[in-house]
Write a protein that binds this ligand. Sequence first.
Ligand SMILES: [Zn+2]
Length: 95
Amino acid sequence: MNVKRQAPKHTTGWMVRNYRCATCWGGLIAHGENVHCDNPDCDGKEFVTKEYVEKRRMADRVDYQEAMRNVGELLGFAKPKPRYEAEILNELGID
Ligand SMILES: [Zn+2]
């Protein structure tokens, strides 16, 4: 059986929907057959998948929360440990 295999040709619309700028992770825009970053201040010329950007942003959010928690602990602003009503009443001398 002779099967002709060919890499799928992606349309510019498909690229815009499924890829992001590798430099700023912003959206893309199509100009004819060419796809560019839609941020006029960015000169990014390479692309990454939309899924990659979403995973990296999620990982960055987790890193940010951990960093803020660590900074809070270093500066003494850590959230107090949650206490039960019985503990509070006991500290106040109320049984
Ligand atoms: Zn960009």
